[in-house]
Design a protein around this ligand. Structure first.
Ligand SMILES: [Zn+2]
Length: 136
């Protein structure tokens, strides 16, 4: 460890994010060559970065899949009816963007519902724990 390490750690993060200017890469490499603390930090950060990238890729794939399912469900809705409401929604659903907006809205509603449900569950758990600790 030396006085440069804090600065170098910032540069390691930039390097992994791919935003470190090329002029600074050489200096950083030299420092990594002689400083094991920064080398460890770089390895650790790179591992975390890969983990995060994997997580986000998984999440994105899930979101895209769900969005497509919702769009398909919207496509399946019978719009051949004669009422004004149906013909109006048919007009709205016609645009690709409108379909996407509707899909995103449905996903957000479902996500919010799950978040609310989950927070209830954790509150209920907390209540049970409290009651149990009072009895015990
Ligand atoms: Zn260092």
């Amino acid at each position: 460890m030396d006085a440069n390490c804090d600065k170098m750690k910032d540069q390691i993060a930039d390097l992994i994010s791919g935003i470190l200017p090329e002029t600074q890469i050489h200096t950083l490499q030299q420092h990594l060559g002689k400083c094991s603390a920064c080398r460890d930090y770089a390895n650790q950060l790179q591992k975390e970065d890969k983990l995060l990238a994997g997580l986000f890729a998984h999440f994105d794939a899930g979101m895209t899949g769900r969005q497509e399912e919702v769009i398909k469900a919207i496509d399946r809705i019978d719009v051949s009816g004669k009422t004004n409401v149906v013909s109006l929604s048919r007009t709205i659903m016609r645009g690709f963007f409108a379909k996407h907006a509707a899909a995103v809205a449905v996903i957000i509603i479902v996500a919010v519902y799950f978040i609310i449900t989950l927070s209830w569950i954790s509150e209920i758990n907390e209540c049970i724990r409290l009651s149990l600790s009072m009895i015990g």
